[in-house]
Design a protein around this ligand. Structure first.
Ligand code: ZN
Length: 509
């Protein structure tokens, strides 16, 4: 526990689905948090990956006449390609078909068995092949999966079980002692109600397939895919085989998941960890669904747009910004082409982009691009507005209020654009005897841009870098730290700026 590593994870999506806007939404949120904490000077470990041992993978590969491993090996690069284009800065990528994962999963279940947390029993029940979980009869809607709307199958088999039911009190104690263990509040309340209603033991093995990780003591069984998948968060950081790594990184500080899998992560997952004698994560955050045209973009329905369609048009900075700003993190939200164009033009092209191009153009015209000396009082309330906004940004990020955090940053953009309108430096530039005043105004405006480049970096790393380059600051942007370097007065007079291409060209609707 030497270093205070900020360990953040996304869920690992089913590899046999296509990446879509919903999965991209989740990983952008993780990336914004990871980049933010790196800028706070904290060691960060950001994990994502792919869930590969599903029944659907075995079926899809059989249909194509190839092995499941060949099938997942074909699918994984599609995911990685999308994450690269979205500028996702994950530190590791775990595939559940990797040997490192299998070996450590086996260590984990072996530990459960040693601690008397596994028993053999018979299970029969309704099973949704898309959820890959047994359902409770009372959950079914007209005999169908309540999430997928498809008929359930009835499966009966000899399974090994995890005695989840005996963890009811300990879980309720956990939620009580750590009110932010499940976030947001609505998810927490759902989980509390669910656990108070009683828990059933969990079948943790399956027979009849060899696509999965064999139980170490009974290789007729593979480990239930959900247990296998949940353990990725522990196996990727060395559980059972690399204690120095595991001790340094564990436990996760934030586990970001979709709300439909909150029960797995907020009930089964901590119970498994408790049973193995491992610390539970600090926060499990179940975000909402991203809807287009009112239709839920579920990963299994496959109705979502491919992110490339939007990336090609809007660019990665605008894409990342839009989803984090538009939708309150934790709630469901809608997106549409029109709303993306509107926000791009209002917040980025007319807001931040116009601010940057006006200031850099005036520095070029009136000062040959050289940042002038600051002048006393010229900045008006900009320093205090910025100080307040940066503080609010930081506070919102600490509680994963990502949209509000960006709102705080755009308060700076709004104030700075009004500042220019009030000060009218373009008029002062033509008046004799007001050179110092003009210098003070443009210094203040340029200093505002410097701070903006720092605070937008977690959400728009590319645009932040371009703005930083245009400002001509020699110190590398990646060495800037929050909040210290986002305090007023850091821009050195004499810095040579250049007016480059617009940061965010306007888009036609
Ligand atoms: Zn289902």
């Amino acid at each position: 526990m030497g270093e205070d590593v900020y360990y953040i994870t996304s869920a690992i999506p089913y590899v046999n689905a296509e990446p879509h806007v919903g999965t991209a939404y989740e990983i952008i949120a993780c990336d914004m948090l990871a980049r933010h904490h790196r800028m706070k000077g904290r060691p960060v470990h950001f994990l994502t990956g792919t869930d590969e041992h599903s029944l659907n993978v075995a079926r899809a590969s059989a249909e194509r006449g190839i092995s499941p491993q060949e099938w997942v090996d074909e699918m994984v690069p599609k995911w990685i390609e999308v994450w690269r284009r979205l500028e996702i800065s994950n530190d590791d990528f775990i595939r559940t078909s990797e040997p490192r994962h299998a070996e450590r999963v086996q260590r984990f279940v072996e530990r459960l068995r040693e601690r008397d947390e596994v028993y053999l029993g018979i299970y029969r029940g309704p099973y949704c092949p898309s959820c890959e979980e047994f359902k409770q009869e009372k959950e079914l809607v007209d005999g169908n999966c309540p999430i997928h709307g498809i008929p359930v199958e009835y499966l009966e088999e000899e399974n090994y079980f995890f005695p989840l039911s005996k963890y009811q009190d300990r879980l309720l104690e956990l939620y009580k002692e750590r009110p932010t263990f499940v976030m947001p509040e609505t998810r927490r309340n759902e989980i509390l109600a669910f656990v108070r209603g009683g828990l059933q033991d969990l079948s943790i093995s399956r027979t009849g397939t060899d696509w999965g990780i064999p139980l170490p003591w009974d290789d007729r069984h593979v480990i239930y895919v959900w247990v296998d998948a949940l353990l990725n968060y522990a196996t990727a950081v060395g559980f059972g085989t690399d204690d120095p790594l595991f001790d340094r990184v564990w436990p996760p500080n934030a586990q970001i998941i979709g709300k439909d899998i909150t029960r797995f992560h907020a009930v089964i997952w901590p119970a498994l960890l408790m049973a193995a004698g491992v610390d539970v994560p600090k926060v499990v955050f179940g975000h909402g669904f991203v809807n287009v045209g009112g239709e839920k973009m579920s990963k299994s329905k496959g109705t979502g747009s491919h992110p490339f369609e939007l990336l090609d048009h809007f660019g990665v900075d605008s894409y990342r910004y839009y989803f984090m700003r538009e939708i309150q993190f934790g709630q469901d939200g809608n997106y549409s082409w029109e709303s993306m164009v509107d926000r791009h033009n209002a917040d980025l092209a007319n807001g931040l982009g116009n601010l940057a191009s006006r200031v850099l153009a005036m520095l070029g015209s009136y000062f040959d691009g050289i940042v002038p000396e600051p002048a006393a009082d010229a900045a008006d309330d900009l320093p205090t507005v910025i100080e307040d906004a940066v503080r609010r940004y930081d506070e919102h990020m600490a509680v994963l209020a990502l949209s509000q955090a960006l709102g705080a940053v755009w308060d700076i953009v709004g104030r700075a654009n009004r500042y220019l309108v009030e000060k009218e430096p373009w008029k002062i530039a033509g008046e004799e005897g007001r050179r110092d005043e003009l210098a003070g105004i443009l210094y203040a405006a340029a200093e505002t841009l410097r701070i903006l480049a720092i605070v937008i970096r977690p959400i728009m790393p590319g645009a932040a870098g371009r703005l930083w380059d245009q400002l001509g600051i020699e110190l590398p942007l990646e060495d800037q730290r929050l909040p210290g370097d986002a305090t007023w007065g850091g821009l050195a007079a004499g810095t040579t700026t250049t007016k480059g291409d617009p940061l965010f060209p306007r888009l036609d609707s």
